[in-house]
Ligand binder design. Structure first.
Ligand SMILES: Cc1ncc(COP(=O)(O)O)c(C=O)c1O
Length: 465
């Protein structure tokens, strides 16, 4: 029998013996083994065989400045020597936490009053949920606890955040959602628009359906809606024209707050500093993470409006303390790295760079439309999604069990590109923001090769019959 299972004392064999991998089929992993990454340089990473890949996903949508920025390493090292740790519980503070909060307030897309720090996007969203419940009680409206999310939303994996994340693998057999959540429709025009329906008419229909959902659930029970400006892990779904102003008008009508989850879109990804600016969203709370520190160290933030802060202040005074916080809230080392990251964004005009290279990126993405496996490509700034379909002309989608996107993902890897297979046979591309035009061209050449080879693999498995 030909068993290619990693053996001996290799890193691959040791990985299999010791590690649980997120988002991995744990059984097939034991057979296939890991790709062990050893080094990063620019927009590339290298595996332990010496092979280079263009990191077309910036890791997990996060390594905005690529993989070898010395200024971030220096910022971390300076802070580690000065004050490697201190907390901000019970009125303690430190300069990196203060400076980073000030900086975020300064660049926020709408006036924000205060900033709370956490370690991950999930923790930031959990914090936002808890704040919403806290202020509902402060306002004497304890019934207002339900939250609106959307089908295919991704807001993280901690228990509360994963209750909003509406993807089958994140909820199935984890007994989620754990509290009342109502899910609005996915704003995916290609998949869900009626024949001949314009983007604007589709957005109007979704806003009307949102209002129906709110009325059916009872508006007096709903505190807020969470939304990613561009839905990321749900497939890189770019909102249709007019979508956010229309749904936000409905939310306002019923006094429902809006939380913008900027964990992927924040810090330039869509060609503006914030996704909320690209889509004319006026949020009450913003959560962000990932590119906040260019992914060099974990840190996330929750920005809150003055109205929300005032309610928190009142409630904390009534109870005696705001009883929420993480050991590593505003950890000084990731905070120092985030401050340096934001400085680099400014000095190098990263948003301007994204705007300059985005047309090349979007042209490369569009050039894939002629591929037999590609039903739709969609993107904005430096983020793109590709819908794989069984038949383009009749718009026939694969069944969820027909996993073609992972075959394309694997073929891209062989071709020297990290791309990401997502739910519903979509493929994502979201490179470091510092990518240049020649690298963009090379990335799409490798992506086309991945599509060709993925197509051949799908055919060989009988998935196209
Ligand atoms: C939009 C969005 N929100 C939240 C999260 C969760 O972030 P984390 O994995 O840091 O908990 C993610 C992660 O990809 C995300 O894309």
């Amino acid at each position: 029998m030909n068993d290619a299972r990693p053996r001996g004392n290799s890193l691959a064999a040791r990985d299999i013996a010791a590690l649980v991998h997120p988002y991995t089929n744990l059984r097939t992993h034991e057979k296939d083994g890991p790709v062990v990454v050893t080094k990063g340089h620019g927009v590339y990473v290298r595996d332990d065989s010496g092979k280079d890949y263009i990191e077309g996903m910036a890791g997990l949508w996060c390594a905005s400045l690529g993989f070898d920025e010395p200024r971030l390493a220096d910022a971390a090292s300076r802070q580690l020597r000065e004050l490697p740790y201190y907390h901000i519980f019970a009125g303690k503070s430190h300069e990196p936490g203060i400076v980073l909060a000030e900086k975020l307030k300064e660049i926020a897309p709408v006036p924000m009053s205060k900033v709370f720090f956490a370690g991950s996007g999930s923790e930031a969203n959990d914090t936002a949920i808890k704040i919403l419940w806290y202020i509902a009680n402060a306002a004497g409206t304890p019934k207002r606890k339900k939250i609106l999310s959307r089908e295919k939303a991704y807001h993280g994996v901690t228990i509360a955040a994963a209750s909003l994340t509406r993807l089958p693998i994140n909820q199935r057999d984890f007994d989620l959602p754990i509290f009342p959540v109502a899910y609005a429709e996915t704003p995916h025009h290609y998949r869900h628009a009626l024949p001949g329906e314009s983007e604007d008419a589709f957005s109007t229909r979704l806003a009307e359906n949102l209002e129906k959902l709110i009325l059916a659930e009872d508006p007096e029970t709903i505190v807020a809606m969470f939304a990613e400006p561009v839905m990321g892990a749900g497939g890189v779904i770019v909102p249709p024209a007019g979508y956010f102003p229309k749904i936000q008008a409905v939310l306002r009508k019923y006094g429902i707050l809006l939380v913008a989850d900027e964990v992927i879109c924040g810090f330039g990804r869509t060609g503006n500093m914030w996704g909320t600016q690209t889509y004319d969203i006026k949020p009450d709370i913003i959560t962000c993470a990932k590119a906040l520190s260019a992914a060099y160290l974990p840190i996330s933030a929750v920005m809150i409006s003055e109205q929300i802060y005032a309610a928190m202040q009142q409630q904390s005074d009534k109870i005696g303390s705001f009883g929420h916080g993480y050991t590593y809230s505003a950890h000084p080392v990731p905070a120092a790295v985030a401050i340096e990251t934001l400085k680099i964004y400014e000095e190098r005009d990263i948003v301007g760079h994204v705007r300059r290279v985005a047309p090349r990126f979007l042209k490369g993405l569009k050039s894939l439309d002629d591929h037999p496996l590609v039903g739709e490509t969609t993107g904005v700034g430096l983020i793109g999604g590709i819908q794989l379909v069984k038949d383009k002309a009749s718009k026939t989608f694969f069944q969820p069990s027909q996993a073609v996107a992972p075959l394309v993902g694997k073929a891209c890897e062989v071709a020297g590109l990290m791309a990401r297979a997502l739910f519903d046979n979509r493929v994502a591309i979201c490179p470091p923001l510092v990518i240049d035009e020649a690298q963009i061209d090379e990335m799409f050449a490798r992506l086309r090769k991945g599509l060709d080879d993925g197509y051949a693999a799908a055919k060989a498995k009988g998935l196209l019959d």
